[in-house]
Design a binder for this molecule. Structure first.
Ligand code: NOJ
Length: 760
């Protein structure tokens, strides 16, 4: 193996020397990556260059539809002829070594493959789904969660994750909200940055870091009616002010790759979109990494009605700046001819290949293509205590307390008779969430196991409603029963005979994720009915929600004393939930996405515009912006989340009421823990720009921080308002500030409690 690597290096160096570039073997190490890349490029035939731009799915896992030419024999053939630059869904040291060996030892130039995988919330040991992690608002813990995911994936042969997904979304029907950071561009940007830093670490060439991928560029989260892959048509203002900021944050974090997206944006598919990829990304943002298409998205420009055939699709995509073709088989089949016909300039191919080779160099793959392929390390790292501790820490910090009216929570650890009810209460699969193809099924700690491990209470379990198994490409699609009530009787009897009922309801893991949009936001199947039946016999219910998107749980909110949002929390799920239910961890999460009262309110988000008719003009008036059958208020607003203790906000002070060039305003207030427990509060600062060349949202999150207080303790909390914070993408199509009047708001959610005015 080593012989081949050095043969390759020598070959490169010999070439450098022969090009009179004045290098010798020693000096070769110092030659910059860019020079090394150029020297390899000079060795490559056009077909070999195009090969680097070709990415194939592996031979086992599938995360998208496979066309008929995607058979294994065909792929092996291409792999051997140097026509593949990357593979996805090849995993585990043994399998990765196999394909890498072909690339390195059997192809003419021996260029190593970059191995991609959807490490979305962990590889085998799973952290909470990204939406849940976002609810922690804890950037350090989120970064660490990405770092341990990278470590475990890297130990399993992977060197590139297709994460983070940084798509902002305001529509809970969209199944992929589980994979993002919610609705807000500011929080989303901070989290996007933290995730990239976590995956890529300080040193990308280290064995425990991997390249990240900022996706899906752009607008994918704004699919009409929340239906996956659907049309997107937004204004330039929404694009720049809401959708693009998290992508820009990943550039600031030095993300190595971008993925474009399935959707069209204002009539042009993102994959063939020059404005997005060449003008904004590679132009204005000076991005140096490469862009991979989404799965088959180049070919999908045909049904979009943008390309008439595969050849034209390849032409449009490559000219628009898509550097690598994931599973469309179109670059490898058509680019050579397109170059020869003068439809694609070879300079663009060289640029794409340089970008791809640069990332391979940065990962250290040319120094050692098998650096991620160490069987010993794979065993040692996978499922290690360090990783499990990190995902447990992330999981408990992701939980949001939605209601706790009679202080039913935290539960006593001894002497309590608990009825544990619900189809997800002893399920070890759902908590793993969507996007976890590296993990084994049924490996989460269930709520039943968690509650048993953390207390001496007597716990009686009854399912009430069954899960129903079906078949899909994942071979594991399941849903919650919609017809069979035979389990109700036992569940009702169990509820009657116990002090407290813990009900675990929500969505099965694959009721969210890609291709899993829902038209209803209710509890699926018979769960709502079961909940109401149980309530008739025992009102001391703690509802533990397990889901991948905001749900409309009005009845539960109106009737139940306690509700916690526990999302799909990953491998350590049950332990995290038990720690919160028993008060070992005082919940501190805040919602990163608005929970609607009904699906008809969607899209619903806190940073909406005011409209010309925002309030009721007088008694019995109908002509204002509202519904006649629902309020405008959400069920739970963005930023909302309770604690076992309570916090009081008071004494808002501004150091000045004017922001000028060079000065800033200090905003301070007093936060007091007025309850009985030590607790952590995410304090939030919002700003409203009252008038603008483009109308401005009623509130925008501009900063937040976390404050831990003992019972009775007070602290002065300070934020700084700078001029830069007031910038937005204006009617001049520029990021700039517009002088005028502003409001600042402070609180523990977007429903703020303190406010003051200032001017610029
Ligand atoms: C399609 C998804 O949209 C994308 O996010 C994912 O990375 C690829 N499939 C690969 O699985």
């Amino acid at each position: 193996m080593k012989k081949v690597i050095s043969a390759f290096l020598i070959c490169t160096v010999v070439f450098l020397v022969s090009c009179n570039q004045n290098v010798n073997l020693e000096g070769a190490k110092e030659v910059s990556i860019s020079k090394k890349v150029d020297s390899i490029l000079a060795l490559m035939t056009l077909q070999e260059k195009i090969g680097q731009m070709n990415q194939y799915n592996g031979f086992w896992d599938v995360t998208g539809p496979t066309p008929k030419e995607g058979d294994a024999a065909h792929k092996y053939e291409h792999l051997k002829s140097g026509l593949v630059g990357s593979m996805l869904n090849v995993r585990g040291v043994e399998e990765v070594t196999k394909v890498q060996k072909i690339a390195v030892e059997e192809t003419r130039l021996g260029i190593p493959l970059i191995i991609g995988f959807d490490v979305i919330h962990g590889y085998k040991t799973l952290s909470p789904i990204p939406l849940a992690e976002a609810a922690s608002w804890d950037l350090e813990v989120i970064k660490n969660s990405a770092a341990v995911a990278a470590k475990e994936a890297a130990a399993n042969g992977i060197n590139w994750t297709f994460a983070p997904m940084v798509d902002i979304s305001r529509d809970a029907r969209w199944g992929r909200v589980m994979e993002g950071a919610g609705e807000d561009p500011f929080l989303g940007s901070k989290i996007a940055y933290a995730r990239v830093k976590g995956f890529q670490g300080e040193d990308l060439s280290a064995v425990n870091t991997i390249a990240a991928c900022s996706k899906h560029f752009a607008g994918y989260g704004f699919a009409e009616a929340g239906k996956d892959y659907n049309t997107v048509d937004v204004s330039l203002s929404t694009l720049y002010n809401t959708i693009l900021p998290p992508f820009k944050a990943t550039i600031d974090a030095d993300v190595k790759t971008f993925m474009n997206s399935f959707n069209e944006l204002a009539g042009i598919p993102a994959t063939g979109n020059k404005f997005l990829q060449r003008d904004v990304l590679k132009g204005d943002w000076n991005y140096k990494g490469f862009v991979v298409s989404d799965w088959g998205s180049i070919a999908e420009m045909i049904p979009h009605g943008y390309a008439k055939d595969g050849k034209q699709a390849a032409e449009l995509a490559v000219n628009a700046g898509s550097d690598m073709d994931m599973e469309s088989y179109l670059y490898v089949n058509h680019i050579e001819a397109l170059v020869k016909e003068g439809k694609v300039n070879e300079k663009l191919i060289d640029d794409a290949v340089k970008r791809i080779l640069t990332v391979k160099f940065e990962l250290g793959l040319f120094d050692d293509p098998y650096k991620y392929c160490d069987l010993e390390r794979e065993k040692l790292v996978t499922g290690s205590k360090e990783i499990n501790d990190a995902v447990l820490d992330m999981a408990k910090k992701s939980i949001v307390l939605l209601k706790n009216e009679k202080q039913l929570l935290p539960l006593k650890k001894e002497g309590l008779k608990i009825a544990l009810i619900g189809p997800l209460a002893n399920d070890k699969n759902s908590p793993l969430g969507s996007w976890r193809i590296g993990a084994d099924d049924n490996t989460a700690v269930s709520v039943l196991e968690g509650l048993q491990a953390y207390s001496g209470n007597k716990i009686t379990f009854s399912k009430g409603v069954e899960l129903v198994n079906g078949e899909t490409i994942f071979g594991m699609e399941t849903s919650i029963n919609t017809t069979d009530r035979t389990g109700f009787k036992e569940a009702i009897a169990t509820a009657k005979n116990n002090d407290v009922v813990v009900m675990v309801l929500g969505e099965y893991s694959y009721q969210t994720g890609e291709g899993r949009s829902r038209a209803s936001l209710d509890l699926p199947g018979l769960q709502q009915e079961l909940l109401e039946e149980i309530y008739k016999v025992n009102k001391n219910i703690v509802l533990v929600l397990m889901n991948g998107r905001p749900l409309a749980i009005n009845w539960a909110n109106d009737n139940l004393p306690s509700i916690i949002e526990a999302w799909h929390l990953g491998t350590q799920s049950g332990n995290a939930i038990a720690q919160v239910l028993y008060g070992d961890y005082n919940p501190s999460g805040k919602l990163p996405m608005t929970f609607p009262k009904s699906v008809g309110q969607v899209p619903i988000y806190y940073n909406h515009k005011n409209t010309g008719r925002p309030t009721i003009p007088g008694p019995n008036q109908v002509f204002w912006s509202h519904y006649i059958d629902e309020t405008n208020q959400p069920l739970y607003e963005f930023g909302y989340g309770l604690s076992y203790t309570t916090f009081k906000y008071e004494n808002l002070k501004l150091s000045s009421t004017t922001v000028n060039e060079g000065n800033s305003i200090e905003v301070s207030f007093t936060l007091t823990n007025t309850g009985k427990y030590e607790g952590k509060e995410v304090t939030q600062l919002y700003i409203r720009d009252l008038f603008g060349s483009i109308t401005r949202p009623v509130k925008e999150l501009k900063d937040f921080n976390m404050v831990t207080l003992k019972p009775g303790e007070s602290k002065t909390v300070t934020f700084t308002i700078t001029k830069e914070m007031l910038q937005f993408y204006t009617a001049n199509n520029k990021w700039e500030v517009e002088p005028g009047d502003f409001k600042v708001y402070i609180g523990g959610s977007s429903n703020t409690v303190l406010e003051a005015d200032f001017t610029l």
